[in-house]
Design a protein around this ligand. Structure first.
Ligand SMILES: *Cc1c(COP(=O)(O)O)cnc(C)c1O
Length: 385
């Protein structure tokens, strides 16, 4: 019997099989018998809110990237964040979260969790002491995000995680901004890592997706909660996510280099007041960033000198940067956080978060970097004329 003969009985032939696994775009799966149906309940070939082979493939790849044993995929980053926190917390528990987290996460922590009887203390992301001081006997979760949006502040992960471990508190960290190419939180002791896979992991701004990586025990609880809360990932989006993951390291390497080049250009221009980029030596936490990240990432922000109108003219004058929220895609994007991600805040809250009307955030894509620099130069010239 040849290899092909054998394979033709048990599945597709080894020869000429597709290099790219086909999408299993099916919401439900047929069993040959009651016994088989009972074996499949809750697995990846039962009903797609529980699992699906294409989604499971994406989960395996993400677990590998984060160096975790298990991953659970979601239909969006916020489905991943909310399902994780609702799994780990219950009424009477306390959570310590840094003040600077993604906008919708902030809403979840500050408005929704207290409605469910969970107490919340917000602390300064850059102060490990505040995390430790805020931790109480009923603290169950410490919630982290680093670098922060939009000022790219860095959380001292080793110190915060060390203190959390001593108190037996679970750490949850949003690793979206760094991506697992630049930062691997599990290696620094973080228990649960969450992602908006809408950003770097998928990388093409064409799907919404989320992911959580954790130990088998925690991942199993989160997977069970996903069945109930319903934030499952669609197989087609999972298939696009898998395609994106194949080029993640290439894209992020390019974005790291381009963002650093742009940060250097901007810091040398007298029309720019201040540049925020973790791998630029002017960053106040440069050494810390270098000690826990292997690349600075594709996002940077900076403040222009002059008034808000000059900032508006600059941003509208850019031709290679689309004026759009989000990050992590192959196209370069630009936003003014005061008018987008931080628009719901009061002026005082924005000031506290160091989000001025002159703060510009760029999410660098994979275009030739000198084209991007030339575009920034012409927009600066036009705006400051
Ligand atoms: C975009 C984003 C989210 C939310 O993800 P969605 O996929 O939009 O739901 C969460 N955290 C961070 C840091 C993000 O950038």
């Amino acid at each position: 019997m040849t290899t092909d003969d054998r394979d033709s009985r048990s599945g597709p032939p080894r020869t000429n099989r597709p290099v790219v696994p086909p999408i299993v775009q099916s919401a439900t799966f047929e069993a040959a018998s009651i016994a088989e149906l009972r074996r499949q309940v809750g697995g990846n070939t039962f009903y797609a809110r529980h699992g699906n082979p294409t989604v499971a493939h994406a989960e395996r790849l993400i677990a590998q990237l984060e160096g975790a044993s298990h991953a659970v995929a979601f239909g969006s980053g916020m489905a991943a964040v909310s399902t994780t926190l609702l799994t780990l917390l219950q009424a009477g528990d306390h959570v310590v979260a840094q003040r600077e987290v993604y906008g919708a996460t902030f809403d979840l922590v500050v408005h929704w969790l207290p409605r469910l009887g969970v107490q919340v203390t917000l602390v300064d992301a850059t102060s490990p002491e505040q995390f430790a001081d805020a931790t109480q006997a009923h603290t169950k979760v410490i919630y982290l995000e680093s670098p922060t949006n939009p000022t790219l502040r860095i959380v001292d992960l080793r110190r915060v995680v060390g203190a959390a471990r001593r108190h037996g508190v679970v750490t949850v960290m949003d690793n979206t901004f760094a991506s697992p190419i630049n930062q691997r939180p599990h290696e620094l002791g973080v228990d649960v890592v969450v992602h908006s896979a809408t950003k770097y992991l998928s990388g093409h701004s064409d799907i919404l997706a989320g992911a959580v990586t954790a130990s088998e025990a925690i991942a199993a609880r989160i997977r069970e909660a996903r069945v109930c809360w319903g934030g499952a990932l669609d197989p087609h989006a999972a298939w696009l996510l898998i395609r994106g993951l194949h080029t993640l390291s290439l894209r992020v390497a390019r974005q790291n280099a381009s963002a650093l080049r742009i940060a250097e250009f901007l810091s040398g221009d007298r029309r720019v007041e201040r540049v925020h980029y973790p791998f630029h030596p002017s960053h106040p936490q440069y050494a810390l960033a270098r000690s826990q990240m292997s690349g600075g990432g594709g996002v940077l922000s900076f403040e222009l000198r002059g008034d808000a109108d000059r900032t508006r003219r600059f941003v509208e004058g850019l031709r290679r940067f689309a004026l759009a929220p989000s990050l992590g895609g192959v196209e370069s994007l630009v936003t003014v956080p005061a008018y987008s991600s931080h628009a719901a805040m009061s002026a005082a809250e924005r000031e506290r978060a160091a989000v001025s009307d002159q703060l510009v955030r760029m999410a660098v894509g994979v275009e030739p970097v000198e084209d991007l620099v030339a575009d920034i130069r012409q927009a600066l010239d036009a705006a400051t004329g």
